[in-house]
Ligand binder design. Structure first.
Ligand code: ZN
Length: 294
C-alpha cells in the first residue's frame, strides 16, 4: 500500500531515479522510498543480466522499503520478427526478462510488442496473439507468475493501439496493457487525445473490455512527449510538453482507477516530473482544483 491509504495509484520512475547516490537497483529502491515514491520500473532495456544473487537482493530491498516493482524488457523485442533467427532472439529476450524479473520480485513485465512491417493489421494481430499465447504457455508451465504488459506505442508504424492491446488482453489471460498516455497522444500526430473527455473515454474502454478489475490494475507510463504527424519523436520534460497530465489525473480519479504510473522524463527532470505528477494527483485527490487554462 502507498503511505497514504487513500491513494490508489503508486508512482515511480522508469529506471533508477537519477538522484540515487550509488549504482544498482537495490540502492534505487531504497532511494525511491526516501523520495516518497512507491514503485520502481527496472529498466532492463538493453539486456537482462542480473544474477540470482542480485535478484534476491532486489527482492529483499523491495520488501524492506515497500516498493512494488515492474520490469521494462529490452527494446529489441518484436513479436512480429521477420526471420526465424530474429524471432527466436526476441522470444528469448522476453522470456528472460519475465523469468529474471519474477525472481527479483517484479509482477509486471512491460515490452514494446512489435512492428507491422507494413503488413495488414489483422494479420499482425493474429501473429502477435499466437506468439503471446506461446510465451504465456511457457511461463505458466514454469510457474513464472507475471503479467505480460505490451505497451501502447507512439507511432502508427508500430503495433500497439489501445484497441489492439485491450483485445489481446481479453483473449489471453495473464496479458494486460501498459498504457503509455504520452504515446497514445503522440500516436495521433495531430495533437488530439489530450483532453479530459478523451482520457475518460479511454478509461471507459478499459472498463468495458476488462471490467472493473482491469481498471483497478492499471499500469501506465506518463511523461511529456514531442511528436510529428508520424508520431513520437522523444520524451520531453513536462514543462516543455503539451500533455494535459492534470486532466488525465482528474479522469483517473473520477473513474476510480488504481495501479501504477511510472514516469520516464529526460534528465535532469526525471525525478522532478515524477514527483510533480504524484503531487498533482495528491492535490486533486484532496479536493484541490486543477487550473484548466494553463
Ligand atoms: Zn516503453
Amino acid at each position: 500500500m502507498p503511505e497514504n491509504e487513500r491513494e490508489l495509484i503508486r508512482f515511480g520512475t522508469v529506471g533508477s531515479p537519477q538522484t540515487t547516490p550509488t549504482s544498482g537497483t537495490p540502492a534505487a529502491i531504497e532511494h525511491s522510498r526516501i523520495l516518497g515514491l512507491d514503485h520502481l520500473e527496472i529498466a532492463w532495456v538493453r539486456s537482462v543480466s542480473a544474477s540470482e544473487k542480485t535478484c534476491a537482493e532486489i527482492r529483499a530491498a523491495a520488501e524492506t522499503y515497500r516498493i512494488s516493482l515492474s520490469v521494462h524488457a529490452p527494446y529489441f523485442i518484436n513479436l512480429n520478427s521477420q526471420t526465424a533467427d530474429l524471432m527466436a532472439k526476441s522470444d528469448e529476450r522476453l522470456l528472460k526478462a519475465a523469468r529474471t524479473g519474477f525472481l527479483a520480485g517484479a509482477r509486471d513485465i512491460v515490452f514494446h510488442p512489435g512492428s507491422y512491417h507494413e503488413q495488414p493489421e489483422e494479420q499482425v494481430y493474429e501473429r502477435i496473439k499466437q506468439k503471446l499465447l506461446e510465451i504465456r504457455g511457457i511461463l505458466d508451465e514454469e510457474g513464472v507468475e507475471v503479467i505480460l504488459r505490451p505497451e501502447t506505442t507512439g507511432k502508427t508504424a508500430m503495433f500497439g493501439s489501445l484497441d489492439e492491446l485491450l483485445q489481446l488482453s481479453k483473449e489471453i489471460p495473464g496479458v494486460l496493457p501498459c498504457i503509455d498516455w504520452a504515446h497514445l497522444h503522440a500516436r495521433q500526430g495531430d495533437g488530439s487525445f489530450n483532453s479530459y473527455a478523451e482520457f475518460a473515454d479511454a478509461l471507459k474502454k478499459v472498463q468495458t473490455a476488462l471490467g472493473d478489475a482491469g481498471l483497478k490494475r492499471l499500469h501506465c507510463h506518463l511523461s511529456g512527449i514531442e511528436y510529428t504527424s508520424k508520431g513520437e519523436q522523444r520524451h520531453l520534460p513536462l514543462n516543455q510538453a503539451d500533455i494535459q497530465y492534470r486532466e488525465l489525473l482528474q479522469a483517473l480519479i473520477d473513474l476510480g482507477a488504481e495501479g501504477v504510473i511510472a514516469t520516464e522524463a529526460p534528465e535532469p527532470f526525471h525525478v522532478a516530473d515524477c514527483l510533480t505528477i504524484q503531487a498533482t494527483y495528491r492535490h486533486i485527490l484532496s479536493g484541490g482544483e486543477i487550473s484548466r487554462d494553463l
